[in-house]
Design a protein around this ligand. Structure first.
Ligand code: ZN
Ligand code: ZN
Length: 256
């Protein structure tokens, strides 16, 4: 009820007040636009970036003709291609954390706009959009899945259908960022699956998987593996932001 009330009040105020920058609250001319300061501060991930995991490459030569970072060449990820709109830093957290924890669901549309702009090729390729699922206790607590909100906006932009409940977390998992690569894989193993009734809808599809942040890559890999096991033709990943620092011990993954 409080969420409904909060959203209702915010929607009413939005009609009365001028639009504001989603990241800092400064008044702007256009709904959904960033203020000039934020426009400059935003670290968009642009080419060159690794086409497999989306990590920014320092120069074009580093990825070779395949535009693939050294880590992905050694351990190719479970998915075909991953892309992020922004580097996950103090600035992008100002958009993402309120979406996840403070009911600022309107940020989903802003982020989806930039995600779609960062990945026109992935949108063209996709035949279905699927969000990374939340475990049910977390969903009850938060009352919405931020990845599902972004998936709906991305799907609408791409004119591609969404399957919001295709994936299911069948057990709660520990925080992954502090675990080793092997521990993460073990933790996520069988934690995600395609719902039985959705399997035949996934078969043969080019899935675009949506999440807010790509950090260790373990959750995205578990989702991609589950979708591929269900017969997906391909799985691409599109996220709002990704961490940019390669973890020395586990070069396959990127640490927060
Ligand atoms: Zn701003
Ligand atoms: Zn890579």
């Amino acid at each position: 009820m409080s969420l409904f009330w909060g959203r209702g009040v915010r929607a009413a105020l939005d009609l009365l007040l001028p639009p504001t920058c989603a990241a800092c609250g400064t008044e702007v001319m256009t709904e959904g636009a960033f203020c000039p300061d934020c426009f400059q501060t935003a670290q968009r991930i642009v080419s060159p970036s690794c086409h497999r995991c989306g990590v920014p490459l320092e120069n074009e030569g580093l990825g070779g003709s395949e535009s693939c970072c050294a880590a992905c060449q050694v351990h190719p990820p479970a998915w075909r291609s991953a892309r992020a709109a922004f580097v996950y830093d103090a600035w992008s957290r100002r958009l993402i954390l309120p979406l996840k924890y403070s009911d600022h669901t309107e940020n989903a549309a802003v982020l989806a706009h930039h995600m779609a702009a960062a990945a026109p090729d992935l949108l063209m390729h996709a035949t279905v959009v699927v969000p990374v699922p939340l475990y049910r206790t977390r969903l009850w607590k938060r009352r919405y899945n931020q990845a599902a909100l972004m998936a709906q906006h991305v799907g609408a932009r791409a004119k591609v259908p969404c399957m919001l409940d295709a994936l299911q977390r069948v057990r709660a998992t520990r925080a992954l960022a502090r675990l080793s690569a092997a521990e993460r894989e073990q933790e996520m193993e069988r934690a995600v699956r395609v719902r039985d009734r959705c399997c035949h809808h996934i078969e043969g599809q080019a899935v675009l998987l949506i999440d807010d942040v790509l950090t260790t890559g373990s959750t995205a890999a578990a989702c991609a593996n589950a979708l591929m096991r269900a017969g997906a033709r391909s799985v691409d990943i599109l996220v709002a932001a990704r961490t940019g620092r390669v973890d020395e011990q586990n070069p396959r993954f990127i640490q927060e």
